[in-house]
Design a protein around this ligand. Structure first.
Ligand SMILES: C[S@@+](CC[C@H](N)C(=O)[O-])C[C@H]1O[C@@H](n2cnc3c(N)ncnc32)[C@H](O)[C@@H]1O
Length: 238
């Protein structure tokens, strides 16, 4: 048996006053592209933590979040009255017309899906001409795609969970090269500048040092070499 991805309890904790390091870093990447966003979309927005920071950083920007888990959508709506949250599916965002957002973020989401292409296509479709899509997560540097399902080992009958599918940079590049509307794309490694301790739940990530003293991130399933894929959108006709 397989379950839908639902990790509400990981994202419904207390509203954090400080943004995650990754959220600040993502906005720095947006600034580096020279985009001053007048609107931002976060896909898989959980309880709205990223958009809370983005709204503070770009107060004039209109911010929208799309999230599949209705409990998180409701929590985000209660917490952040100046941001619009919608229940929806990253793979079909018909609620937004094309060419709508200067910046679209998909953070820690694409490895949930058995196929990355529908969500990537949708993010590119709703991004504005000359806007950008920022996808952060796992990308395999080797030419292999893998579908991974996991379960807690205390019950052999428990359901299998998704969340760690690994798509190769080669597959992603082949797809983007064949898709209209993409001006340019590149991958950039993400590294944490501090240590994370293991938690009781072995699915939650922690840092270790490799043989050369470099800090690496992993969880109880696999190494988590996070990268950012930046997709710049070209001027499209129509
Ligand atoms: C690993 S969490 C990342 C949350 C947030 N982006 C962050 O970086 O903190 C993945 C999120 O994607 C949501 N999600 C799962 N499937 C989705 C779908 N089909 N469409 C939109 N969101 C989805 C999950 O409910 C969860 O909130």
């Amino acid at each position: 048996m397989r379950t839908q991805y639902k990790r509400t309890s990981v994202y419904n904790g207390a509203d954090q006053s400080e943004p995650k390091f990754m959220f600040v870093w993502l906005c720095e990447q947006l600034d580096t592209l020279g985009i001053s966003p007048s609107n931002i979309l976060d896909v898989g927005s959980a309880a709205g933590d990223f958009l809370k920071y983005a709204k503070k950083r770009y107060p004039a920007a209109h911010c929208d979040g799309v999230e599949y888990d209705i409990d998180l959508v409701n929590l985000a709506k209660q917490r952040h009255l100046d941001i619009s949250f919608h229940q929806g599916d990253a793979n079909n965002m018909a609620l937004f017309p094309g060419n709508s957002f200067d910046a679209v973020f998909l953070t820690g989401v694409h490895s949930i899906f058995d196929d990355f292409r529908p969500a990537f296509s949708e993010c590119i479709r709703v991004a504005k001409d000359n806007g950008a899509v920022f996808v952060t997560g796992l990308f395999n540097p080797y030419p292999l795609d893998a579908r991974i399902h996991w379960r807690y080992a205390d019950n052999l009958e428990s359901a299998w969970h998704p969340g760690y599918n690994l798509f190769s940079k080669q597959s992603v590049s082949t797809f983007l090269n064949g898709l209209g509307g993409v001006k340019h794309f590149f991958f950039k490694a993400f590294t944490l500048p501090f240590d994370l301790l293991p938690q009781d739940d072995p699915v939650r990530s922690w840092t270790e040092q490799d043989d050369s003293g470099e800090r690496t991130l992993r969880n109880g399933i696999m190494p988590l070499n996070l990268e950012l894929l930046v997709i710049q959108v070209e001027k499209r006709g129509g």
